[in-house]
Design a protein around this ligand. Structure first.
Ligand SMILES: [Cu+2]
Length: 264
């Protein structure tokens, strides 16, 4: 796809030169709802390879053992020493991890499904924030053929009862222990790559919109929160702190839920 024409003009006293060349963008990132259905389906198929089939391409198998790319992402995200959160580096480091994810996604698609992906995706969750209010769990995002339901039941042990990712395993590091992967706050007490405060023992993904018996009435962050952060604060540290706490952070808990509480 030809994205734009680059014009370079050089003016001197003696001559004026103009050159033009085409810039070709071979890969684009679109809001997930804006993708053609076939492109979105290809992406989800590749994600199945990553999250269900343990696709491995980033770490060398001989050196690190059987460590899937998805496990590495979980580890990097949790590792305190990686510093993805709690500072202005969040704005660049977190997207850098997304680039790594996309590289793995393209390889998974090409190598295991013989499909070259033409695009990647992002999720603009402020669309749910602006349009669905407390009904955000009804978003197309949580369709079975997309990411699967977020509203689950205690009778199902908070597992997704349907959807392509319903059997997604909780990630564990399967390589050797090494100084770089031994860091606080990376593993739960059961060795699962989740927040250490999560005491779950399930080896299959669990999640809920319920908190200790109470249905959470919160909505996803609206675009107004982003605008507020960008227009209220004047330096990167304050803008980032606002974005991380009022735009990003609740996503984790909203999609996790809480159960087996002392009450409820
Ligand atoms: Cu994060």
């Amino acid at each position: 796809m030809v994205k734009s024409v680059l014009d370079t003009a050089t003016d001197t006293m003696e001559q004026s030169t103009t050159t033009s060349s085409s810039i070709v963008s071979k890969f684009v990132r679109r809001e997930i709802r804006d993708l053609f259905k076939k492109d979105r389906e290809a992406i989800f198929n590749a994600m199945e390879q990553q999250y269900l089939e343990g696709f491995q391409s980033i770490l060398d198998k001989d050196a690190y053992g059987n460590v899937s790319d998805a496990t590495l992402f979980a580890l990097l995200h949790n590792k305190v020493g990686t510093c993805y959160h709690d500072g202005p580096q969040f704005l660049t480091a977190h997207p850098a991890m997304q680039v790594l994810f996309e590289q793995s996604l393209r390889k998974a698609s090409a190598l295991t499904l013989s499909t070259d992906l033409s695009s990647s995706f992002y999720w603009d969750f402020t669309i749910e924030g602006d349009t669905l209010g407390t009904e955000w769990h009804k978003s197309v995002i949580y369709r079975d053929s997309w990411f699967g339901p977020v509203k689950t039941l205690k009778e199902d042990n908070w597992h997704m009862a349907s959807g392509r990712f319903k059997d997604a395993p909780m990630k564990r590091w399967k390589g050797d222990a090494a100084p770089w992967n031994l860091d606080r706050a990376m593993f739960s007490s059961y060795g699962i790559l989740s927040d250490p405060c999560v005491p779950g023992t399930s080896e299959v993904l669990q999640r809920s919109t319920n908190f200790c018996g109470i249905e959470n009435p919160q909505a996803l962050p609206p675009m107004e929160n982003v605008v507020h952060c960008m227009s209220t604060y004047m330096n990167l540290i304050d803008i980032e702190a606002c974005l991380e706490t009022t735009v990003h952070a609740n996503l984790h808990s909203l999609h996790g839920g809480a159960w087996d509480c002392a009450f409820g």
